[in-house]
Design a protein around this ligand. Structure first.
Ligand code: NAD
Ligand code: WQD
Length: 336
């Protein structure tokens, strides 16, 4: 059976396609390559030894989507396609609202018209905002988002909940990811940010490989054990496997359910620096810099609902995450 994977050429999408193929599904990638390279699809083929279909299309292109649904027997959609850079979203809010929210609405309309009403959506821990204490639980009220990117995730969740409320034959899983890092064991696919990375681990990797001189640790005066920000880093392969469980759920029953995908453990920026130095055998130079606007001190998940209801739990620890990130970075110093 075919699963349409929007944004399937990207970081999390490519890892999920590998696991979909391993689990016997037939993913079809739909991507406009605005933040990914075609080479990632060749690498998926190399890893799995299977052909994979891909369609170059934008999720805002209704005619293009209608054609995709007409020509393929699509049972469910995993919807990764979206822009994800927090700082860019502050400068270009309309681009984010148009691409992420507009794109999702167009995709849902095309799905509805085609009678395909099963979706797994990439949401984010960012919807918990700054006021909820960790561990974050799905029954906590959504918080105040601090940037347009986060607001797009919050609104899309609401749109999908409203859609289900209006038509109970939909089947939706809203997956709230914490901080995905790591890469496939082969070192063939991984995170390939354009320009200077915004996120911690891609930045640390580029310092370790010698492309950047040092890390700026954004604040060491937070109320955490070593003063630096604490996050719930999750291996991208564990995250991908969570999507397989979510697909099983949406194929089995209708509903609209929200799940955290995290490990439940928090690591500080300096913990990550140490783990990465150990994994890479390289020094990661850093300097203490001011706090980054919009950052919160601590964010980690309570992942027990996903374990209870999806039978999923993360099994890979921080050492393995750093080793796998390093293998990808050192084998592909300039990305794809
Ligand atoms: P990514 O940028 O690597 O992948 C997103 C993919 O979507 C890219 O291949 C991009 O080309 C494609 N895309 C973007 N807009 C599109 C459009 N209009 N039409 C078709 N394709 C489009 O990002 P990722 O890290 O793999 O994230 C995947 C999803 O998970 C995103 O929705 C992101 O917001 C969400 N998410 C990511 C993180 C994270 O830290 N990586 C955390 C929480 C949620
Ligand atoms: C982690 C920690 C920083 C860079 C972001 C989005 C979130 C989600 C995941 C998509 C923090 C510190 C970082 C640097 C640093 N994305 N840091 N120096 O901010 O938890 O989450 O990505 O949904 O919405 O906001 O991740 O990797 O940017 O930061 O010290 O150069 O590393 O302050 O404590 P974040 P991150």
């Amino acid at each position: 059976m075919s699963i349409l994977v929007t944004g399937g050429a990207g970081f999390i999408g490519s890892h999920t396609c590998v696991e979909l193929i391993n689990a016997g599904y037939e993913p079809i990638i739909l991507d406009n390559f605005s933040n990914s390279k075609r080479e990632s699809i060749n690498r998926i083929k190399e890893i799995t030894g299977k052909e994979i279909r891909f369609i170059e299309c934008d999720i805002r292109d209704r005619k293009g989507l209608d054609k995709v649904f007409a020509e393929n027997d699509i049972e469910a959609v995993i919807h990764f396609a979206g822009l994800k850079c927090v700082s860019e979203s502050v400068n270009e809010p309309l681009m984010y609202y148009d691409n992420n929210i507009g794109g999702t609405v167009t995709l849902c309309k095309a799905m509805e018209a085609a009678g395909c009403k099963r979706m797994v959506f990439s949401s984010s821990a960012t919807v918990y905002g700054s006021e909820n204490p960790s561990p974050m639980r799905e029954d906590m009220p959504e918080g105040k988002t601090t940037n347009p990117y986060g607001t797009t995730k919050l609104y899309i969740e609401r749109i999908l909940k409203d859609l289900f409320a209006s038509d109970n034959s939909w089947s939706v899983c809203l997956l709230r990811y914490f901080n995905p890092i790591g890469a496939h064991k082969s070192g063939k696919i991984g995170e390939d940010p354009k320009g200077i990375p915004n996120n911690l681990v891609p930045y640390v990797s580029q310092v370790a490989v010698g492309k950047l001189d040092h890390l700026n640790v954004c604040g060491n005066d937070y109320p955490t054990p070593d003063g630096t920000g604490v996050r719930d880093y999750i291996h991208v392969v564990d995250l991908a496997l969570g999507h397989i469980k979510a697909v099983e759920k949406v194929l089995k029953e209708t509903g609209c359910n929200t799940y955290n995908l995290g490990t439940g453990k928090g690591y500080s920026v300096l913990d990550v620096v140490k783990a990465f130095e150990k994994a890479s055998g390289r020094e990661v130079k850093y300097v203490i810099a001011p706090r980054r606007p919009g950052d919160i001190a601590i964010c980690y998940s309570d992942p027990s609902k996903a374990k209870r209801e999806l039978g999923w739990e993360a099994t890979r620890g921080i050492e393995e995450m750093c080793e796998d990130s390093w293998r990808w970075q050192s084998q592909n110093p300039n990305g794809y």
